[in-house]
Design a protein around this ligand. Sequence first.
Ligand SMILES: Cc1ncc(COP(=O)(O)O)c(C=O)c1O
Length: 436
Amino acid sequence: MMRPIIISLSPNTERDDVLLAIKVLFSPWLWFSKRNIHLLEEKFPKMFSGNYKSFATNSGRSALYLILKSLGVKKDDEVLLQAFTCIAVPNAILWAGAIPVYVDIDETYNIDPKDLEKKITKKTKAIIVQHTFGILGDVGAIKRIARKNNLVLIEDCAHSLGATFNGKRVGTLGDVAFFSFGRDKILSSVFGGMILVKTQTQTEIQIQIQKMFNTLKWPNTLWGIQQLLHPIAFSVILPLYNSGLGKLILLILQKFHFLSRAVCEEEKRGEQPKTFPSRMPPALSVLAIKQLTKLERFNRHRREIAKLYFSKFANIVKVLPPDVSGAVWLRFPISINDAFGLISYAKRRGILFGDWYKSVVMPAENLSKVGYTFGTCPNAEKLSKMVVNLPTYPGMKVEEVLKVVEVVREWEGEEGKRGGKGNRGSRGMDGATEVV
Ligand SMILES: Cc1ncc(COP(=O)(O)O)c(C=O)c1O
Protein backbone atom coordinates (compact mmCIF):
# COMPACT_ATOMS: atom_id res chain seq x y z
CA MET A 1 0.00 0.00 0.00
CA MET A 2 1.51 3.35 -1.01
CA ARG A 3 1.96 5.56 2.02
CA PRO A 4 3.78 8.76 2.87
CA ILE A 5 6.14 8.61 5.86
CA ILE A 6 3.55 8.64 8.63
CA ILE A 7 4.13 6.98 11.96
CA SER A 8 0.47 6.24 12.66
CA LEU A 9 -2.59 5.69 10.43
CA SER A 10 -2.76 1.92 10.05
CA PRO A 11 1.02 1.35 9.99
CA ASN A 12 0.80 -2.47 10.03
CA THR A 13 -1.78 -2.84 7.29
CA GLU A 14 -0.66 -4.54 4.10
CA ARG A 15 -2.56 -5.31 0.91
CA ASP A 16 -3.60 -8.77 2.09
CA ASP A 17 -4.96 -7.30 5.33
CA VAL A 18 -7.13 -4.90 3.33
CA LEU A 19 -8.41 -7.72 1.11
CA LEU A 20 -9.13 -9.81 4.19
CA ALA A 21 -11.05 -6.97 5.83
CA ILE A 22 -13.15 -6.63 2.65
CA LYS A 23 -13.79 -10.38 2.65
CA VAL A 24 -14.88 -10.36 6.30
CA LEU A 25 -17.06 -7.31 5.70
CA PHE A 26 -18.98 -9.23 3.06
CA SER A 27 -19.09 -12.53 5.01
CA PRO A 28 -21.61 -11.86 7.79
CA TRP A 29 -21.29 -15.37 9.21
CA LEU A 30 -17.70 -14.42 10.20
CA TRP A 31 -19.09 -11.60 12.36
CA PHE A 32 -20.68 -14.16 14.66
CA SER A 33 -18.69 -17.38 14.38
CA LYS A 34 -16.61 -17.95 17.52
CA ARG A 35 -14.33 -20.40 15.70
CA ASN A 36 -11.70 -17.77 14.88
CA ILE A 37 -11.71 -16.44 18.44
CA HIS A 38 -10.93 -19.94 19.69
CA LEU A 39 -8.27 -20.34 17.02
CA LEU A 40 -6.61 -17.08 18.04
CA GLU A 41 -6.76 -18.00 21.71
CA GLU A 42 -5.13 -21.33 20.85
CA LYS A 43 -2.39 -19.89 18.62
CA PHE A 44 -1.40 -16.95 20.79
CA PRO A 45 -0.04 -18.81 23.85
CA LYS A 46 1.97 -21.14 21.61
CA MET A 47 4.42 -18.28 21.04
CA PHE A 48 5.50 -18.52 24.66
CA SER A 49 7.48 -21.38 26.11
CA GLY A 50 5.63 -22.97 29.02
CA ASN A 51 1.94 -23.56 29.52
CA TYR A 52 -0.11 -20.43 29.06
CA LYS A 53 -3.72 -19.63 28.42
CA SER A 54 -5.03 -16.57 26.66
CA PHE A 55 -8.30 -14.66 26.69
CA ALA A 56 -9.22 -12.38 23.77
CA THR A 57 -10.73 -8.99 24.57
CA ASN A 58 -11.65 -6.02 22.42
CA SER A 59 -8.67 -3.96 23.65
CA GLY A 60 -5.71 -3.80 25.99
CA ARG A 61 -7.73 -1.57 28.34
CA SER A 62 -10.48 -4.21 28.62
CA ALA A 63 -7.83 -6.84 29.32
CA LEU A 64 -6.25 -4.74 32.08
CA TYR A 65 -9.64 -3.97 33.62
CA LEU A 66 -10.49 -7.66 33.70
CA ILE A 67 -7.13 -8.54 35.28
CA LEU A 68 -7.60 -5.93 38.00
CA LYS A 69 -11.15 -7.08 38.75
CA SER A 70 -9.89 -10.68 38.88
CA LEU A 71 -7.30 -9.62 41.44
CA GLY A 72 -10.16 -8.27 43.51
CA VAL A 73 -8.91 -4.69 43.60
CA LYS A 74 -11.33 -2.54 45.53
CA LYS A 75 -11.88 1.05 46.56
CA ASP A 76 -8.75 2.68 48.01
CA ASP A 77 -6.42 -0.07 46.71
CA GLU A 78 -3.46 1.43 44.90
CA VAL A 79 -2.06 0.24 41.60
CA LEU A 80 1.38 1.47 40.61
CA LEU A 81 1.98 2.46 37.01
CA GLN A 82 4.52 4.59 35.30
CA ALA A 83 3.96 8.19 34.31
CA PHE A 84 4.58 8.59 30.55
CA THR A 85 1.73 6.34 29.51
CA CYS A 86 -1.51 6.13 27.59
CA ILE A 87 -4.69 7.26 29.35
CA ALA A 88 -6.16 3.80 28.70
CA VAL A 89 -3.97 2.46 31.54
CA PRO A 90 -4.98 4.74 34.46
CA ASN A 91 -8.56 4.71 33.16
CA ALA A 92 -8.74 0.92 33.47
CA ILE A 93 -7.48 1.25 37.06
CA LEU A 94 -10.07 3.91 37.86
CA TRP A 95 -12.89 1.94 36.20
CA ALA A 96 -11.93 -1.05 38.36
CA GLY A 97 -12.39 1.21 41.41
CA ALA A 98 -8.73 1.52 42.44
CA ILE A 99 -6.32 4.46 42.64
CA PRO A 100 -3.56 4.93 40.05
CA VAL A 101 -0.26 5.91 41.68
CA TYR A 102 2.38 7.17 39.28
CA VAL A 103 6.02 6.14 39.36
CA ASP A 104 8.76 8.11 37.62
CA ILE A 105 10.70 6.73 34.66
CA ASP A 106 14.37 6.27 33.88
CA GLU A 107 16.28 6.74 30.62
CA THR A 108 14.63 3.61 29.14
CA TYR A 109 11.22 5.38 29.30
CA ASN A 110 10.19 2.66 31.76
CA ILE A 111 9.57 2.49 35.51
CA ASP A 112 12.49 3.66 37.62
CA PRO A 113 12.98 0.96 40.30
CA LYS A 114 14.30 3.53 42.80
CA ASP A 115 11.12 5.59 42.61
CA LEU A 116 9.02 2.43 42.57
CA GLU A 117 10.23 1.42 46.03
CA LYS A 118 9.36 4.88 47.35
CA LYS A 119 5.78 4.74 46.03
CA ILE A 120 4.82 1.43 47.66
CA THR A 121 2.42 1.75 50.59
CA LYS A 122 0.24 -0.62 52.63
CA LYS A 123 -2.53 -0.03 50.13
CA THR A 124 -0.51 -1.11 47.08
CA LYS A 125 -1.99 -4.13 45.37
CA ALA A 126 -0.17 -4.44 42.05
CA ILE A 127 2.55 -3.00 39.84
CA ILE A 128 2.11 -2.53 36.10
CA VAL A 129 5.35 -2.76 34.17
CA GLN A 130 5.10 -1.25 30.69
CA HIS A 131 7.77 -2.04 28.16
CA THR A 132 7.49 1.35 26.49
CA PHE A 133 8.10 1.43 22.70
CA GLY A 134 9.11 -2.24 23.01
CA ILE A 135 12.21 -1.23 25.02
CA LEU A 136 12.96 -3.17 28.19
CA GLY A 137 13.64 -1.41 31.46
CA ASP A 138 15.22 -2.81 34.61
CA VAL A 139 12.76 -5.70 34.76
CA GLY A 140 15.00 -7.74 37.10
CA ALA A 141 14.94 -5.03 39.77
CA ILE A 142 11.20 -4.45 39.32
CA LYS A 143 10.50 -8.17 39.76
CA ARG A 144 12.59 -8.29 42.91
CA ILE A 145 10.71 -5.33 44.36
CA ALA A 146 7.34 -6.92 43.51
CA ARG A 147 8.34 -10.21 45.12
CA LYS A 148 9.82 -8.58 48.22
CA ASN A 149 6.61 -6.63 48.80
CA ASN A 150 4.29 -9.47 47.86
CA LEU A 151 2.73 -7.50 45.00
CA VAL A 152 1.24 -8.81 41.78
CA LEU A 153 3.33 -7.88 38.76
CA ILE A 154 1.22 -7.15 35.67
CA GLU A 155 3.04 -6.79 32.38
CA ASP A 156 1.65 -4.21 29.97
CA CYS A 157 2.90 -5.60 26.66
CA ALA A 158 0.85 -3.20 24.52
CA HIS A 159 4.07 -2.01 22.81
CA SER A 160 6.22 -5.07 23.07
CA LEU A 161 4.81 -8.32 21.69
CA GLY A 162 7.84 -10.40 20.66
CA ALA A 163 10.40 -8.52 22.77
CA THR A 164 12.63 -10.52 25.10
CA PHE A 165 14.38 -9.93 28.41
CA ASN A 166 17.37 -12.21 29.10
CA GLY A 167 16.02 -14.50 26.37
CA LYS A 168 12.52 -14.74 27.88
CA ARG A 169 9.58 -13.33 25.98
CA VAL A 170 7.75 -10.41 27.53
CA GLY A 171 4.42 -11.61 28.81
CA THR A 172 6.12 -14.34 30.82
CA LEU A 173 8.12 -12.08 33.15
CA GLY A 174 5.44 -11.23 35.70
CA ASP A 175 2.34 -12.88 37.19
CA VAL A 176 -0.04 -12.01 34.37
CA ALA A 177 0.24 -9.99 31.16
CA PHE A 178 -1.87 -8.20 28.62
CA PHE A 179 -1.33 -7.20 25.01
CA SER A 180 -2.97 -4.81 22.58
CA PHE A 181 -3.79 -5.29 18.92
CA GLY A 182 -4.70 -1.63 18.57
CA ARG A 183 -4.17 0.21 15.29
CA ASP A 184 -0.67 1.49 16.16
CA LYS A 185 0.64 -1.49 18.04
CA ILE A 186 3.02 -4.34 17.15
CA LEU A 187 0.19 -6.20 15.38
CA SER A 188 -3.19 -4.71 14.58
CA SER A 189 -6.78 -5.77 14.32
CA VAL A 190 -7.72 -2.08 14.73
CA PHE A 191 -9.02 -2.84 18.25
CA GLY A 192 -8.13 -5.95 20.20
CA GLY A 193 -6.41 -7.24 23.29
CA MET A 194 -5.25 -10.40 24.95
CA ILE A 195 -4.65 -11.61 28.49
CA LEU A 196 -1.89 -14.16 29.00
CA VAL A 197 -1.67 -16.20 32.17
CA LYS A 198 0.35 -19.22 33.23
CA THR A 199 -1.44 -22.54 33.65
CA GLN A 200 1.43 -24.76 34.83
CA THR A 201 0.06 -24.56 38.31
CA GLN A 202 -3.57 -23.54 38.71
CA THR A 203 -3.03 -20.12 40.23
CA GLU A 204 -5.74 -18.11 41.89
CA ILE A 205 -5.28 -15.40 39.24
CA GLN A 206 -6.00 -17.84 36.44
CA ILE A 207 -9.12 -19.19 38.13
CA GLN A 208 -10.44 -15.70 38.80
CA ILE A 209 -9.67 -14.47 35.27
CA GLN A 210 -11.55 -17.43 33.81
CA LYS A 211 -14.53 -16.67 36.07
CA MET A 212 -14.58 -12.98 35.16
CA PHE A 213 -14.06 -13.71 31.49
CA ASN A 214 -17.09 -16.02 31.46
CA THR A 215 -19.24 -13.04 32.42
CA LEU A 216 -17.70 -10.66 29.87
CA LYS A 217 -20.11 -9.37 27.23
CA TRP A 218 -19.67 -9.37 23.46
CA PRO A 219 -19.48 -5.95 21.87
CA ASN A 220 -22.14 -4.64 19.55
CA THR A 221 -21.80 -6.22 16.06
CA LEU A 222 -21.88 -2.80 14.42
CA TRP A 223 -18.87 -1.77 16.49
CA GLY A 224 -16.92 -4.70 15.04
CA ILE A 225 -17.98 -3.74 11.52
CA GLN A 226 -16.93 -0.15 12.10
CA GLN A 227 -13.40 -1.44 12.86
CA LEU A 228 -13.36 -3.52 9.66
CA LEU A 229 -13.76 -0.30 7.69
CA HIS A 230 -10.50 1.04 9.12
CA PRO A 231 -7.92 -0.85 6.98
CA ILE A 232 -10.16 -0.50 3.93
CA ALA A 233 -10.56 3.25 4.33
CA PHE A 234 -6.85 3.80 4.93
CA SER A 235 -5.95 2.03 1.70
CA VAL A 236 -7.67 5.01 0.03
CA ILE A 237 -6.74 7.74 2.51
CA LEU A 238 -3.00 7.13 2.74
CA PRO A 239 -1.96 7.63 -0.88
CA LEU A 240 -3.96 10.89 -0.86
CA TYR A 241 -2.91 12.04 2.60
CA ASN A 242 -0.26 14.59 1.76
CA SER A 243 -2.40 16.17 -0.97
CA GLY A 244 -4.88 17.10 1.76
CA LEU A 245 -7.68 15.05 0.23
CA GLY A 246 -6.85 11.98 2.32
CA LYS A 247 -7.00 14.02 5.50
CA LEU A 248 -10.35 15.46 4.48
CA ILE A 249 -11.76 11.98 3.81
CA LEU A 250 -10.43 10.83 7.19
CA LEU A 251 -12.06 13.74 9.04
CA ILE A 252 -15.40 13.13 7.29
CA LEU A 253 -15.35 9.39 8.01
CA GLN A 254 -14.50 10.03 11.67
CA LYS A 255 -17.10 12.77 12.01
CA PHE A 256 -19.87 10.49 10.73
CA HIS A 257 -18.57 7.57 12.84
CA PHE A 258 -17.64 5.33 9.93
CA LEU A 259 -14.22 5.21 11.56
CA SER A 260 -13.49 4.98 15.27
CA ARG A 261 -10.85 6.86 17.21
CA ALA A 262 -8.26 5.02 19.29
CA VAL A 263 -9.35 6.94 22.41
CA CYS A 264 -12.79 8.54 22.48
CA GLU A 265 -13.73 11.90 24.00
CA GLU A 266 -15.35 10.34 27.10
CA GLU A 267 -12.13 8.49 27.89
CA LYS A 268 -10.09 11.66 27.67
CA ARG A 269 -12.26 12.89 30.56
CA GLY A 270 -11.67 9.64 32.49
CA GLU A 271 -15.18 8.30 31.78
CA GLN A 272 -15.94 4.70 30.83
CA PRO A 273 -17.59 4.12 27.45
CA LYS A 274 -20.00 1.17 27.06
CA THR A 275 -17.61 -0.56 24.64
CA PHE A 276 -15.11 -1.41 27.40
CA PRO A 277 -14.67 -3.99 28.74
CA SER A 278 -15.82 -6.59 26.26
CA ARG A 279 -14.68 -9.59 24.30
CA MET A 280 -12.99 -9.42 20.94
CA PRO A 281 -15.53 -9.34 18.12
CA PRO A 282 -15.20 -12.52 16.00
CA ALA A 283 -14.74 -10.39 12.85
CA LEU A 284 -11.60 -8.80 14.29
CA SER A 285 -10.14 -12.11 15.40
CA VAL A 286 -9.85 -13.01 11.70
CA LEU A 287 -7.65 -9.93 11.14
CA ALA A 288 -5.60 -10.68 14.27
CA ILE A 289 -4.86 -14.26 13.18
CA LYS A 290 -3.53 -12.98 9.85
CA GLN A 291 -1.36 -10.39 11.57
CA LEU A 292 0.00 -12.98 13.98
CA THR A 293 1.66 -14.77 11.06
CA LYS A 294 3.61 -11.57 10.34
CA LEU A 295 5.00 -11.01 13.83
CA GLU A 296 8.58 -12.18 13.31
CA ARG A 297 8.95 -10.38 9.97
CA PHE A 298 7.52 -7.12 11.34
CA ASN A 299 9.77 -7.18 14.41
CA ARG A 300 12.87 -8.11 12.41
CA HIS A 301 12.18 -5.10 10.20
CA ARG A 302 11.66 -2.78 13.18
CA ARG A 303 14.96 -3.94 14.66
CA GLU A 304 16.80 -3.33 11.39
CA ILE A 305 15.41 0.19 11.18
CA ALA A 306 16.40 0.89 14.79
CA LYS A 307 19.92 -0.32 13.98
CA LEU A 308 20.09 2.09 11.07
CA TYR A 309 18.89 4.99 13.22
CA PHE A 310 21.51 4.17 15.86
CA SER A 311 24.30 4.17 13.30
CA LYS A 312 23.15 7.30 11.47
CA PHE A 313 22.40 9.36 14.57
CA ALA A 314 25.55 8.53 16.53
CA ASN A 315 26.98 12.06 16.21
CA ILE A 316 23.81 13.97 15.52
CA VAL A 317 21.25 13.34 18.23
CA LYS A 318 22.50 13.80 21.78
CA VAL A 319 19.93 11.62 23.53
CA LEU A 320 19.29 8.32 21.82
CA PRO A 321 17.36 5.54 23.52
CA PRO A 322 19.46 2.85 25.21
CA ASP A 323 20.33 0.11 22.73
CA VAL A 324 18.71 -2.62 24.82
CA SER A 325 18.99 -6.17 23.55
CA GLY A 326 15.68 -7.93 22.99
CA ALA A 327 13.83 -4.67 22.23
CA VAL A 328 11.37 -4.61 19.32
CA TRP A 329 11.20 -0.86 18.64
CA LEU A 330 7.53 -0.21 18.04
CA ARG A 331 8.77 3.35 17.70
CA PHE A 332 12.26 4.86 17.94
CA PRO A 333 12.26 7.64 20.54
CA ILE A 334 14.79 10.44 20.46
CA SER A 335 14.98 13.16 23.01
CA ILE A 336 15.81 16.69 21.88
CA ASN A 337 15.51 20.27 23.04
CA ASP A 338 12.69 21.38 20.82
CA ALA A 339 10.59 18.32 20.10
CA PHE A 340 7.63 20.39 19.05
CA GLY A 341 9.79 22.32 16.59
CA LEU A 342 11.12 19.13 15.00
CA ILE A 343 7.65 17.59 14.65
CA SER A 344 6.33 20.76 13.00
CA TYR A 345 9.39 21.00 10.74
CA ALA A 346 9.02 17.38 9.62
CA LYS A 347 5.32 17.92 9.02
CA ARG A 348 6.14 20.77 6.66
CA ARG A 349 8.35 18.28 4.81
CA GLY A 350 5.44 15.85 4.50
CA ILE A 351 6.59 13.49 7.28
CA LEU A 352 4.55 12.76 10.40
CA PHE A 353 6.51 11.82 13.50
CA GLY A 354 4.91 10.58 16.71
CA ASP A 355 4.35 12.38 19.99
CA TRP A 356 3.90 9.56 22.53
CA TYR A 357 3.83 10.76 25.22
CA LYS A 358 3.90 14.51 25.01
CA SER A 359 2.17 14.62 28.36
CA VAL A 360 2.79 12.24 31.28
CA VAL A 361 -0.64 10.76 30.57
CA MET A 362 -1.91 11.07 27.03
CA PRO A 363 -4.38 12.06 25.68
CA ALA A 364 -5.89 13.48 28.86
CA GLU A 365 -8.02 16.59 29.15
CA ASN A 366 -7.21 17.07 32.79
CA LEU A 367 -4.39 15.16 34.49
CA SER A 368 -5.94 15.49 37.94
CA LYS A 369 -8.93 13.44 36.69
CA VAL A 370 -6.56 10.52 36.12
CA GLY A 371 -4.93 11.07 39.51
CA TYR A 372 -1.69 12.70 38.39
CA THR A 373 -0.20 15.48 40.51
CA PHE A 374 2.41 17.72 38.90
CA GLY A 375 5.90 17.36 40.30
CA THR A 376 5.49 13.73 41.39
CA CYS A 377 7.38 12.29 38.38
CA PRO A 378 9.87 14.97 37.30
CA ASN A 379 11.79 12.84 34.83
CA ALA A 380 8.61 11.77 33.02
CA GLU A 381 7.51 15.40 32.90
CA LYS A 382 10.87 16.43 31.44
CA LEU A 383 11.05 13.63 28.88
CA SER A 384 7.49 14.21 27.73
CA LYS A 385 8.58 17.70 26.67
CA MET A 386 11.55 16.34 24.72
CA VAL A 387 10.51 13.08 23.11
CA VAL A 388 9.92 12.59 19.40
CA ASN A 389 8.99 9.15 18.04
CA LEU A 390 10.51 8.17 14.73
CA PRO A 391 8.72 5.59 12.60
CA THR A 392 9.80 1.95 12.28
CA TYR A 393 6.62 0.54 10.66
CA PRO A 394 6.80 -2.71 8.69
CA GLY A 395 6.57 -1.24 5.17
CA MET A 396 9.17 1.48 5.81
CA LYS A 397 11.95 1.45 3.22
CA VAL A 398 15.62 2.23 3.74
CA GLU A 399 15.37 5.38 1.63
CA GLU A 400 12.53 6.55 3.87
CA VAL A 401 14.64 5.95 6.95
CA LEU A 402 17.41 8.01 5.33
CA LYS A 403 14.91 10.76 4.59
CA VAL A 404 13.90 10.82 8.26
CA VAL A 405 17.56 10.97 9.25
CA GLU A 406 18.11 13.86 6.84
CA VAL A 407 15.18 15.83 8.26
CA VAL A 408 16.39 15.31 11.85
CA ARG A 409 19.93 16.24 10.83
CA GLU A 410 18.73 19.45 9.13
CA TRP A 411 16.70 20.34 12.19
CA GLU A 412 19.52 19.65 14.60
CA GLY A 413 21.81 21.80 12.40
CA GLU A 414 19.30 24.65 12.60
CA GLU A 415 18.93 24.06 16.33
CA GLY A 416 22.73 24.29 16.72
CA LYS A 417 22.68 27.69 14.98
CA ARG A 418 19.91 28.88 17.31
CA GLY A 419 21.90 27.67 20.30
CA GLY A 420 19.37 24.96 21.26
CA LYS A 421 16.93 27.44 22.76
CA GLY A 422 13.76 25.71 21.67
CA ASN A 423 11.16 24.55 24.09
CA ARG A 424 7.94 22.72 23.86
CA GLY A 425 5.76 25.05 25.90
CA SER A 426 3.10 25.47 23.22
CA ARG A 427 3.25 21.95 21.88
CA GLY A 428 0.19 20.97 19.94
CA MET A 429 -0.93 24.53 19.14
CA ASP A 430 -0.27 24.45 15.41
CA GLY A 431 -1.68 21.01 14.79
CA ALA A 432 1.73 19.29 14.93
CA THR A 433 0.17 16.48 16.88
CA GLU A 434 -0.09 12.88 15.89
CA VAL A 435 -3.19 11.84 14.00
CA VAL A 436 -5.15 8.96 15.53
C1 LIG B 1 1.28 1.55 27.04
C2 LIG B 1 -0.13 1.20 26.69
N1 LIG B 1 -0.80 0.33 27.47
C3 LIG B 1 -2.05 -0.01 27.21
C4 LIG B 1 -2.73 0.51 26.13
C5 LIG B 1 -4.15 0.11 25.91
O1 LIG B 1 -4.30 -0.66 24.77
P1 LIG B 1 -5.65 -0.58 23.93
O2 LIG B 1 -5.57 0.62 23.06
O3 LIG B 1 -5.67 -1.84 23.13
O4 LIG B 1 -6.76 -0.50 24.90
C6 LIG B 1 -2.06 1.41 25.29
C7 LIG B 1 -2.65 2.02 24.11
O5 LIG B 1 -3.66 2.40 23.86
C8 LIG B 1 -0.73 1.76 25.58
O6 LIG B 1 -0.06 2.63 24.80
